[in-house]
Design a protein around this ligand. Sequence first.
Ligand SMILES: [Zn+2]
Length: 97
Amino acid sequence: MKTMQYTANPCERCGGKKFIARTWKEKVPTYSGKFTEVEYSQIECTNRECQAEFEKKQADETKKKEAIRVKREENEATRKANSLLQANKARSQKSRI
Ligand SMILES: [Zn+2]
């Protein structure tokens, strides 16, 4: 059985123990065009309810961010369409004078 690796700091949500659920290495490109290995670790709360809550919140957060991004893109598209409309209006008004 693998021994649990606990973190030094307790959970900021429930005050319980947190452990390192997994660690992995990723190759990250550097400015010089080479790769460097960065170690990541996923830390989870030992309190299952707390962890589940946290994951739900994270999923919500991701959804919210995505919604904001979509909204922003829509606004940008509307803004562009409007300014084009304004430009066309101005042009047609000018030609009438
Ligand atoms: Zn917790």
